[in-house]
Design a protein around this ligand. Sequence first.
Ligand SMILES: [Zn+2]
Length: 233
Amino acid sequence: MTMKYLLAVLLTFQNGIHLLAVPATKSEVNWNLIQRNGWGARPAKESEANFKGSAPFLILHHSYVPSAAYTNQDCIAAMQYIQNLHMDTNGWSDIGYSFAICGDSNVYVGRGYNVIGSHAPNYNSRSIGLLLIGDYVAQLPTQTMLAVTHDFIDYSVKTGNLQEDYILYGHRQVRGTECPGAALYAEIQTWPNWQEVEQHNHVTTNAIQGKATKLSLVLTITTIVLLLPQRFT
Ligand SMILES: [Zn+2]
């Protein structure tokens, strides 16, 4: 086997993996935006502050509980369950997420666009908090739910609610949690806008360490040079 042939096989293999990771296209999926009155949402206890402009971040979550819902009726029940949990147990003014995608292929409005959420500390005022209803520790959402997710993200960019060069994080990247579940987290790492959260900080830290090493070397040499004449006087 020549090196060229080996390289061709490797490239084909890599391309094959890449093709598998490409999301389903828009034309394959239909979804509706279910407004708050469509799922019987309670009014927020107090109106949340807004933020302006397109959100630079998209933070993805799973619900864990409820584990999954596939009918319209079960999805409505799941939304109400989560809202009650957030308002009554957590004491928040409303459901914490901006939107939720459910197994009935619909997108449910939580707090909506440009409303400060309660889902990811430090990112609540500059992100869309997107929940995928279900437990995705060991299994992925259905292909339809994933297709709706990609489509809804595109829709958010096209309507100017999400920056074109938005950064996608799984909830666990910004806080100590297993959310959005190991299986879903592995999946989103193949999506084009997903990023490693520490990357920038690592570069900065390395640059600072590099400068510090150089500085201490200069100081050591300077000290030796300064001390040398004194020893011989
Ligand atoms: Zn989460």
